[in-house]
Design a protein around this ligand. Sequence first.
Ligand SMILES: Cc1ncc(COP(=O)(O)O)c(C=O)c1O
Length: 398
Amino acid sequence: MTAFIEAASPHTMNTYARLPMAVDHGQGCRVVDVNGKSYLDGLGGIAVNTLGHNHPKLVPALQEQIGKIIHSSNYYHVPNAEVLAKKLTELSGLTNVFFCCTGLEANEAALKLARKFGHDKGIERPEIVVYEKAFHGRSIATLSATGNPKIQKGFEPLVEGFIRVPLNDIEALKKATEGNPNVVAVFFETIQGEGGINPMRVEYLQQLRKLCDERDWLMMIDEVQCGMGRTGKWFAHQWAGIVPDVMPLAKGLGSGVPIGAVVAGPKAANVLQPGNHGTTFGGNQLAMRAGNETIRIMEEEGLLENAATVGAHLKAALQRELGSLPGVKEIRGQGLMLGIELNKPCGALTGRAAEAGLLISVTADSVIRLVPSLILTVAEADEIVAKLTPLVKAILAE
Ligand SMILES: Cc1ncc(COP(=O)(O)O)c(C=O)c1O
């Protein structure tokens, strides 16, 4: 990695296996490191930078907001929070929103809500159905809901009250919950992100909705990574024509400004009452402006359509170049949330791709993940494929 500076961070905790590089600035779907080397950004800050970098409409709006007020606290109303909440309810078909700052915080609130929903019904030890390979965050409760022993190891005892089931298997779910009166909710990602870009099937989602209605369970869909337009609809579950009861959001909602949200429907919207939950930073003026501007610009620029069409182009091109290689197990995902599963661990590709001027990530050991900004063009999609193809061929040949 001769092109990189020896970037290091001796005084921050050693929690990330970082590449030896540091990004200095960005424009659109490109970033430039502190040495002036340019990269095509196929990662979008891990599905965060919806509008790319330095968007000409977002930046002046945020600058204006910072000059007015950044934060005032939840002792007072924040008019822009109401504007954003209303918009999110219109887009989702739900009714009320709680704002926070991150994905895990949104999920934590959803888990608390589900437990309280149970307690309000007289269930003293509520249980929540969760999934194999799921990722919901790294707080004690959300890592307990996560289906990855590597993330849980060292943090036991885990939070109890989770029932784990495999993806896309309604019979397995029925069996695991048979005769159990304590189940209050089912909690899942429409397309698992960290778990390796694993989609829930449309029929399964519809069966699940029916089951949740029959049994009075909350359907809680973690759209933190797959939501906010990434798959070509506002929320990935909308492809199945279903409406959840609770939907945590974060990542792309603020296009880089930290923000989280729990959007709830009638069954769940009034469960949390004053004193039950809260957060200092949640819903502050800067984050709310970022959320409102992100959605407004997405609508103005047709970014849902762009995610769908450029995503389909990218997937087809990946399929054409890589799909028939013996070591490529599957290319899956939807819109601009794509995964290429190899038949061997390929974590080394993150660094090799950066060296070749492309930012990507590898998740679940052997899945190359592409979650770029929703402004990606067809030409940039082709460039991703051109840069990635020789790297994949090389690692498969080793
Ligand atoms: C589906 C999902 N839920 C929750 C989280 C946690 O979000 P955060 O890192 O903002 O806490 C992530 C992060 O990758 C995620 O992909």
